[in-house]
Ligand binder design. Structure first.
Ligand SMILES: *[C@@H]1O[C@H](CO)[C@@H](O)[C@H](O)[C@H]1NC(C)=O
Ligand SMILES: *[C@@H]1O[C@H](CO)[C@@H](O)[C@H](O)[C@H]1NC(C)=O
Ligand SMILES: *[C@@H]1O[C@H](CO)[C@@H](O)[C@H](O)[C@H]1NC(C)=O
Length: 490
């Protein structure tokens, strides 16, 4: 079965946006990834056998609360500093996911610019764990607006995903951004399982609040540690089909999905980009065993890993060619905004903007007066209790249930250290999709853009940037082939 081209174009649009959108949000996202993923030794041994059946929610019915009439109250009349002439609707607010504990998740929803009534709905999740989809995804990557260097004014993102879909950003789990729990002990119970279950409860309630979106084509997308969140949530949805969420596909970018290869690939990436010494990588190859079943790590391995981490310490390893930010707070003199020229201090501006009380009121955020400030990655989640070492079994299950999967990554210029697919074969046969009409506008800046397809892999070559992705075909696909890159990708 051939992948449907309309679906591919949809994803390509999103991807091309990404060439402009992926910013180095980064230092803190990376710190979170390191803290809870790569350095999470305590979890390593116990986590490989995490049963996906843990994601079925007993008594989901009892968590479907009355959402009638809440939608209108969530409508965002005007975001402070937003540009003139915004012709799409925005909503933001809280959805309770656990009434007894007082746990509520915050969302921001940007409806499609045109024909929102027939466009699909896309949920976006940032990773971390513990980083905000509002701060990073919506305000720095794919949302309709970006924040100017004054931390007060917004400007349009010409590559916003809400040009092709209705986009829902969820701050997840509780403790991230504006999402909270009134029961402090909830924060120390954060983990993959609770994140997925709360996100499912959120969605079911959100669809009650926005019933016109029930049964609409639904996609879940995300990046980095959302390589865990996205397939897990998809799995949870599959196991609660009665709730009429019309899940069609998922997309994960620069995702962590398999700890062993993610870890090894990180160091190989450092080495192939001349960031660490030959001796260091040789020692890592010789002494490190990143398998979840490995016995205790050898001291030689620890030493080599420390050396490697020290060597890249000063860099933004998510984008090794990017400048770093040396400002704290907003820019003293305003800079003219530019989508093309990435400003490494963007997250400072976003943090200033979202901590503005006027902005919080406009977004219906922080209604309980939390006693800490909004920050890009959570300051209240201090541990992560469960984390399977691989998503591959869930990914296989999704494929066999006809869920379309797109796994994409930026190579070279904008690669995250966590991505283990550095070496992309160059022998793709060119499929002649040269400047396809439907994407003409988006391709203007990339006169050399073309798309290559081979064996279920898709590669987008665009001007000076390069971005590659795999497209998992649906049912008829040969899953062995499609996931092969996963397994050999070092
Ligand atoms: C915030 O409030 C919680 C619960 O009321 C309390 O446990 C915590 O110590 C407070 N944190 C700060 C920084 O005041
Ligand atoms: C919530 O509001 C309080 C009071 O205005 C403020 O001090 C706090 O920084 C805010 N917290 C967040 C997470 O927005
Ligand atoms: C899928 O591809 C692999 C590797 O080429 C091959 O061994 C396997 O038999 C194929 N499976 C199917 C169902 O075609």
């Amino acid at each position: 079965m051939k992948p449907s081209f309309s679906c591919l174009f949809f994803f390509f649009f999103l991807l091309l946006c990404f060439l402009h959108c992926v910013t180095s949000s980064i230092a803190r996202q990376r710190d979170a990834l390191n803290k809870f993923y790569f350095n999470n030794e305590a979890e390593r041994s116990s986590s490989s056998s995490w049963a996906s059946s843990l994601l079925s929610v007993s008594g989901l019915e009892s968590k479907v609360y009355d959402n009638s009439g809440l939608k209108e109250g969530d409508k965002v009349v005007l975001l402070p500093g937003q540009p003139e002439g915004v012709h799409f609707d925005q909503y933001a607010g809280y959805v309770t996911v656990d009434r007894a504990n007082g746990r509520a998740l915050f969302y921001y929803f940007a409806e499609a610019v045109e024909n929102s009534g027939s466009k699909p709905i896309v949920l976006w999740l940032n990773g971390g764990p513990g980083c905000s989809s509002l701060g990073y995804g919506a305000m720095e990557e794919l949302g309709p607006f970006r924040v100017m260097s004054d931390g007060k004014t917004l400007y349009r993102n010409p590559y916003a995903w809400n040009k092709v879909a209705n986009i829902l950003f969820l701050e997840s789990p509780a403790g991230v951004g504006f999402s909270y729990s009134n029961t402090m002990s909830d924060y120390s119970k954060s983990g993959d399982r609770r994140t997925a279950i709360d996100a499912l409860v959120f969605l079911v309630n959100w669809f009650e609040r926005f019933p016109e979106y029930k049964r609409r084509d639904f996609f879940i997308t995300g990046e980095s540690y959302a390589g865990h969140y996205v397939p897990q949530l998809a799995h949870a949805i599959l196991h609660h089909k009665d709730h009429l969420i019309n899940l069609k596909g998922i997309a994960i970018g620069n995702a962590v999905i398999n700890k062993e290869t993610d870890s090894k690939g990180t160091f190989d990436y450092f080495w192939t980009h001349a960031l660490i010494a030959d001796e260091t990588i040789h020692a890592i190859h010789k002494f490190c065993n990143f398998s979840p079943d490995a016995p205790l790590t050898a001291p030689e391995c620890d030493r080599a890993v420390d050396e490697a981490n020290l060597a890249v310490y000063e860099l933004d390893v998510y984008n090794i060619y990017a400048p770093l930010c040396f400002l704290s707070g907003v820019a003293p003199t305003p800079k003219s905004p530019s989508i093309e020229n990435f400003d490494p201090c963007t997250s400072n501006y976003v943090e200033t903007y979202l901590n503005n009380l006027e902005v919080q009121n406009a977004l219906h955020a922080n209604v309980t007066k939390l006693n800490y400030t909004w920050s890009g990655c959570s300051q209240v989640i201090t541990s992560w209790s469960d984390q399977p070492s691989t998503m591959l079994p869930i990914i296989h299950e999704l494929l066999s249930n006809g869920i379309r999967i797109l796994k994409y990554r930026a190579i070279d210029k904008r690669i995250p250290s966590a991505d283990h697919h550095q070496l992309v074969p160059n022998d793709h046969s060119l499929l002649a999709i040269d400047r396809p009409r439907s994407m003409g506008d988006q391709l203007q800046h990339h006169p050399t853009s073309r798309v290559q397809l081979k064996q279920g892999q898709v590669k987008v070559v665009a001007g000076g940037h390069e971005l590659a992705l795999e497209e998992q075909r649906d049912n008829g696909a040969n899953e062995t082939n499609d996931l092969a890159v996963e397994k050999e990708g070092q």
